[in-house]
Design a protein around this ligand. Structure first.
Ligand SMILES: Cc1ncc(COP(=O)(O)O)c(C=O)c1O
Length: 449
């Protein structure tokens, strides 16, 4: 065991050490070699060391360097070394971190991580929280709590009786809501297409003056950080209007919620604490390994009512918080461990520096690409930059050429009818030199096309 785990650690260290100098996208030949892993299932045991060697030699080169400093697709953080190390240790602990009585260590650590998160994200200290797989599941959990609460107020127990015959719930979303919100609404029986959609402005921000009149059980979903522009809905104003109508406000802040941790961006999140529930990701801007999303709910009982179960064989009775009382999963890994390690290691100042650095780097991208004559389509308020290189075809050609070149990786999007390169800066590992190298590669690709 010792040799195998030492070998795994050496291989991982070698892999991470090579990320800065390899192509960000895997070479087509490396992807083609994956076929060598697709053999008939061995009838008998095979050597674990040989299995690991094959995985590393064939698997590692076929990965995309998402953990490296120049991956700017989607919204992808790397893993802080301390978060990865904590993840390894927690993997070795192999705790089924569902219930306090059977896993007191990881349950306790998760509780501390939750308190620290509420502190740095400037959310009410009494919130309930769920450590789940990502912001999609966090949206689902928070909206399940919302569904519980608004129907409970109408005298309906949705967990017991379902939605058949329930008082109707009005759901209000911005026209730019992330699809994970509508997916969650669909899973919860509230319909992917049934929500009232509020028009947005040219940055994708909900126009609060266009909110519908609200009465009865109502959930309003706002966004902190548009996946394309990084823009925030006017959360404070929406909260005040919704509050007056007795509606529940949910904030999808998959990456934007972290703005609260950075002094120069905090204004974007003003009033966010007035909402009732929030979703975010730790695997994005906190730079912990996948998968780690977080749901927070102002009234912990609403989340618990939607999620907790009991069974004769489960030691659910506990004076201490059971992690699984707040999540859809019963068996679950101890995600709180790497969150705790990342926050302890960064401290409030280190976290602020990391978020500020990504934002400054996004502005550096925008400034340099604009100076080179390319059009920046969004106001760069956070860590997202949208770039046009002309018409859709040319922009697509440039993006493909950048990905093929391998210096960096940027994705494509369609922003209000315009095809754009989407640059998202979220990694602790990215430096100004990485931005400059990437800008050079992008300009080179654009000039050649
Ligand atoms: C605003 C927003 N909400 C939700 C999600 C979904 O997050 P996840 O992929 O972690 O489920 C994303 C992903 O980028 C996002 O940007």
């Amino acid at each position: 065991m010792k040799e195998l785990l030492t070998d795994a650690s050496n291989r991982a260290i070698r892999y991470l050490g090579g990320l800065g100098s390899r192509s960000v996208a895997p070479a087509p030949a490396a992807v083609a070699r994956l076929g060598s892993l697709d053999r008939p299932l061995p009838e008998g045991p095979t050597d674990p060391a040989e299995t690991l060697r094959l995985l590393d030699e064939v698997g590692s080169p076929a990965t995309t360097a998402m953990a490296g400093p120049r991956f700017f697709g989607f919204v992808i953080g790397g893993s802080l070394p301390v978060a990865l190390a904590a993840n390894w240790l927690a993997g070795a602990w192999d705790q089924n971190s569902a219930l306090y009585r059977s896993t007191p260590g990881t349950s306790f650590i998760e509780q501390v991580a939750l308190r620290w998160l509420l502190d740095v994200l400037e959310l009410p200290p009494g919130c309930g929280g769920a450590f789940v797989t990502g912001a999609t599941m966090a949206n689902l959990c928070a909206l399940a709590a919302a569904r519980h609460a608004v129907l409970d107020r109408a005298g309906w127990n949705v967990e017991a009786d379902g939605l058949v015959g329930a008082p109707p719930i009005t759901v209000v979303i911005g026209a730019e809501a992330h699809p994970s919100v509508t997916k969650s609404l669909g899973i919860l029986g509230l319909g992917r297409s049934r929500a009232v959609s509020v028009p947005v402005d040219n940055q994708g921000r909900m126009r609060a003056e266009r909110l519908p009149a609200m009465s009865g059980p109502t959930i309003v979903c706002v966004q902190a950080g548009n996946v394309n522009t990084g823009a925030f809905d006017p959360v404070e104003r929406v909260c005040r209007i919704a509050r007056a109508a007795g509606a529940w406000v949910h904030v999808d802040g998959a990456f934007g919620l972290w703005a609260a941790a950075a002094p120069s961006r905090r204004h974007l999140a003003a009033g966010i604490a007035l909402a009732d529930s929030w979703a975010t990701d730790a695997h994005k801007w906190l730079n912990v390994p996948y998968d780690c999303g977080l749901a927070f709910v102002g009234d912990p009982h609403a989340l618990q009512a939607a999620m907790a179960i009991t069974a004769e064989y489960l030691p659910t009775q506990s004076g201490f918080r059971n992690p699984a009382d707040f999540t859809p999963e019963l068996s679950r890994r101890a995600r709180g461990v790497e969150v705790w390690a990342a926050l302890r290691s960064l401290g409030r100042e280190g976290l602020a520096r990391m978020i500020e650095a990504s934002c400054a780097q996004a502005q550096r991208f925008a400034r340099k690409l604009a100076a080179a004559g390319f059009e920046i389509l969004n106001d760069v308020v956070l860590n997202q930059v949208l770039v046009s290189f002309g018409d859709a075809e040319r922009t697509m050609r440039v993006i493909q050429a950048v990905q093929d070149d391998g210096t960096c990786w940027c994705g494509v999007t369609l922003w209000q009818g315009r095809t754009a390169m989407r640059i998202s800066v979220s990694s602790w590992a990215t430096t100004e030199a990485d931005v400059d190298r990437s800008v050079e590669a992008i300009i080179g690709a654009a000039r050649a096309r």
